[in-house]
Design a protein around this ligand. Sequence first.
Ligand SMILES: [Zn+2]
Length: 1005
Amino acid sequence: MLPGTNQEIVNPFDLKSYLDVYYIVILPNLFLYSSIIFGVVTFTRNVYVGFVSVILIVIIEGLLQGLSSNPDNRFLAALLDPSGNSAVAYYTRYWTVSEQNELYLPLGELLIYNRLIITSLGLITLFSIYKAFSFSQNAFTFSFSKKDSKRMIKNNFGGITKVNLPKITIDFSFKNDIKKLWDLSNIDFLFIVKSWPFIIIVIISLLINLVGLSELGNVFGTPTYPRTWKMLQAGVTFTLFINICTFLYAGNLLHRSRVANVNQLIDTTPTPNWILLGSKFLAIIKMQLILVSLVMISGILFQIYNGYYDFEIGHYLYELIGLSMISYVIWALLAFLIQTLITDRYVGLFIMILLFIGIPLLGAAGVEQSIFKYNAGTGYAYSDMNGYGSSLNRYFLYKIYWLSLGLAFYILAYLFYFRGLPSNFKERISIANSRFKGKYPKFLALFMLIFLSSGGYIYYETNILNERTSSKERELQTVEWEKKYKKYENYDQPRIVSVKVDVNLFPKTLDADASGTYVMVNKTSNVIDSLFLNHGSSISTFKFNKETDLVLEDTLYNFDIYKLKQALNPGDSINLFFTVKNKPNTMIRNNSSVVSNGTFLNNSAFPSFGYPGGELRDDKTREKYDLPPNKLKPFPSDSTALGNTYISKDADWIDFEATVSTSKDQIAIAPGYLQKEWIEGDRRYFNYKMDSKILNFYAFNSGKYEVAKDKWNDVNLEIYYHKDHDYNLDRMMKGMKAALDYCSTNFSPYQHKQLRIIEFPRTAGGFAQSFPNTVPFSEDIGFIAKVDDSEEGGNDYSFFVTVHEVAHQWWAHQVIGADVLGSTMLSESLSEYVSLKVIEQVNGKKKMRKFLKRSLDEYLTSRTFERKRENALMYNDGQGYIHYQKGSLIFYALSDYIGEKTLNNALSKYVKKVAFQEPPYTTSIDMVNHVKEVTPDSLNYLIKDMFETITLYQNRVVETKSKKLDNGKYQVDMNLKSVSIEIMKREEYFTEKKKEIQLLIKLMI
Ligand SMILES: [Zn+2]
């Protein structure tokens, strides 16, 4: 057993598992791959081409495996994938953790066929090589114009002719040196672009890019409009190839003359070293430019192919040449040093690849800071709304730091440049010493100065100005936090009943400040003597309208304890007046979530009361620190646990008013209705007030928005969107109306008079979230979707996501579950159910299959990663794959079994009972009871299978017989077999209970 291995999660050694993999998977693969590469190298006489073919094979494998993400393609992928992985996955895809632990590699039919195909392909390849091989000296070449291979006999005996040699003048001017540098670099550049490995790499990277482009942003089978940032994002696949080419050709160019044995000739020319080295470097830069321009060319071609003509050439050039090139150049500088110091270019290449792969992995070895990892640092992210935001300052600072080090490396490369016949390294050092004069020491000093000062600044900011905690320290802090403060978890606290805030957003300086008043009431039957105030790390002040003593102020965890001079009696109220503002922003760090266009922040920046949780979840780690195993949330049957909703621990329903200010050219939005809007100086103010009770859950948005307006009955519908993103406004409006229609007809009236969707930048996340009458919506999740309404088209997710979010106005904002297991079934599963039903109305039942199939696949796949937290739907622990995928399947199926009307009537009755209720809050048990009431006895097993247990069905058609009848119709006889598998949980692992069952199944032929 390796030291450090967690023995409890490792099975005992079992030779068969290893041998199976070796004989069934590895051996046939090795046979095929090595015969292909043997063939390639034999015919091209070029090791590099062999090396590149390895990469090509890996990529083809990746593509074929990518095929299997769509369930319909899995059979084909399993048959053809040369690695056999797709065939294995065909059988093991849905294996749970315990099955993965206990079962052997399944030798299914498909796997056998796949292995047979692979082995015979290997044999065919070897045989063809044998047949085609000839002992000719020249490599196998393709040529379109057949050369005449007539033997030339030179006539050297035709007498002596006088040749006038041209008179040579040597020009040593700087201008001529530059020209020489340029000309030489062109020769090297042509050498690169004409070589096989380069051509093959270009073809491969274009192919991968093409696949990447066509798969890009594919959500629910629907692509997005090919915005330029999307094209650039797909181009990231080139990064690896550009770097590999850089490492490869840095070595090839530096050692080129020696490999060709003309080095002594070249070394005797009067060309100075800086030109010889510089021309090679310049050739590499030219090669990099060619490769990055391929990103632009393929991007634009793809855009044209898709009928999209909004080319942002400036954006392409800026990102490719202004941003990404710096990074490639920094790698090239290091590659030149390594390839100069090391005399064997293969070793040099190997070292560079090792560094390239190894440096990012240093984090795992405890080196977490970017300034210790060559060419590391923060990246950049683009959004149509907000451009590169504030990410560029950080990016450039780190790049200046690494570029200066890289340039210093380049000077070293110059000093050690290989010329003449130095015999050993000692000699090379003395040569380097003799070259280190003139301007070189000055340049080296300059670059080191920039390197150290920018590095010093980064270090100062990340380590001294802001305290930096390593992941280990953070883990320790989490442990200490729990040990120190968990004891206050069950102390009674007053509940917030009213929130009134003034929020000022400054999109130009990226700052925000706010002040506000909470009114809080002691809703318990006990007196409250202490307040546990929990706030973020921003600069804040707190003032209560009753006398208090600050008895504990923890600046590490931002947790304060106030003792009330006079205890708060049941029913008494207390006000908190607070101010918060972000710490000043610096070059590297933005301490507010404000962005220059499209700010989206929520109330988590404001103070809250009580112990908020946030403990370590992994039991093994907890054990290490003597913490008891992490408990799941309480069961819904636990009547003492129903005091809080899962949204908020310190409030039930609140009154809400907010005044939000922003710069003059932006619109600011908060939940509620606009009461007043005014301009003061260069600031624009908006006062919003809500006229009914809402959850303590609100957000603020600000941006330069266009507004689309519509109406549904008396409800005002608005979409605040970025000016170029008007593609799907109709679909979203339609979605709002459809959801409002469906929910108000089937459940209860809509509680607001207005409904707004507000776009925010993708850099803040790719989701949509429902706040009271307000739905912030990422630019990424519908605004730029390119929906195809035809039968083959994917799902219209701008419509679908809108419906889901609007349904939350009922399922979360009217009915909200207690903070116990299963509560997300009441919000997420039911919102998802509503959207399925609404889509069904629009698209018809037939198209639903596509969607449901995907959900089933996702549920079955995600559960295989679960070790112990999978529960039945009504006891789920908030996992997405249960409350979205499984939940939606179950409610949709249920509506089929008992009838949509019947189910909705039960839900409507449930809504009437529990909407806007005060604690104790409702649970999934209550909801399922409402469903049980309307379910006929014959279907009682469904409730158990769907909600109360984890049960899977295995339905198979065992045999079919069909015969043509006289009336032209067919009679089809089928023999079906259904097995239900109930998954039982026992301690850590799951076991299965199988039984043959009687099921009601609808068949379509
Ligand atoms: Zn949701």
